[in-house]
Write a protein that binds this ligand. Sequence first.
Ligand code: SF4
Ligand code: SF4
Length: 342
Amino acid sequence: MKIRLPQPISLGFLLSYKCSASCKHCMYACSSKWKDDWISHEDLYKILSRMAGIIEPCPYGANSINLNYGLHFTGGEPFLNFDLLCEAVEMAEELDIPSTFVETNCFWAVNDKSTKEKLSILKNKGLKGILISVNPFFLEYVPFERTERTVKYSYELFGHNLIVYQHEYYKRFRSLNISKKMSFEDFLKLEGRTDFARNTEFFISGRAPYKIMNYNIYMKNPAKRFFKQPCNPPFIRSWHNHVDNYGNIVPGYCGGLSLGSFYNLDELTNDGIDSEEYPVLNYIISDNFEGLLSFAKERGYKESKGGYLSKCHLCVDIRKYLASKEDFKELKPEEFYQHLED
Ligand code: SF4
Ligand code: SF4
């Protein structure tokens, strides 16, 4: 059976998985321990040229931004390689790609002068906006004063093309007078164990299940509890997918999975993915997690007696095991599975 991919209308571009942080909730298992595998100049151009013409602008126009339209540059932390980020922004502008923005953890915003300078350079090269990441997991690595500084100058330069994700935490950190870094443990003490994610969006996927399991915040459930729960947001969709530095099409927020190579996009959208060739993907696309669990058990996977925190926990745990046993083409990049517990 062949499963055709819808034409993507918005994408995130991971320039590498290398990051200054190793957040407990990172969906892509990024950290400083990854190889310095930044995308090459040639591949950057090839991928951006292919994105041109398919990326749709934000409903308010090509000069505005929205999470689920346009193109965002991400990682890892794209400001770790500022020259490459500048090059990518410049190319995207030349190729007329609409609604571009960069996603950052703000580690680099060490003083007013350099912060303003970096943001102005990007704006002058054609960047339309910025997404600033804020939550207690970033707070473990980035002093909050740097986040506040980036928000201040981003608003001056990009105006309403500034997304603070998540604004709820931004408000809470300010009202708690936080300015430095803070460990997750200290934040829980300050805010209360069960309350930390109130009024926010939190996906227990990627690295999160392994890192927050021992805090006893969320209840575990047996695998079968998740068999009838659909992936949320839907696994196959046209919006907010990612392309990584290896050319993998990473579905939505599902790190460690590849729907195929972006270089073969036409084949994937016209002819489809051959389900025979990609057994793990086939189970996931058909939402058959019971089948995926049996498939893994036949290969020696032991279902966790203690249960799982979420459907994504079950999914990533099975994939981590399978990736350690065989070379599945859809379980890429391999390094993702080695950095889940960084
Ligand atoms: S969540 Fe963002 S800042 Fe944190 S490790 Fe992942 S890529 Fe880096
Ligand atoms: S269960 Fe797996 S495929 Fe579904 S959203 Fe979670 S990580 Fe993605």
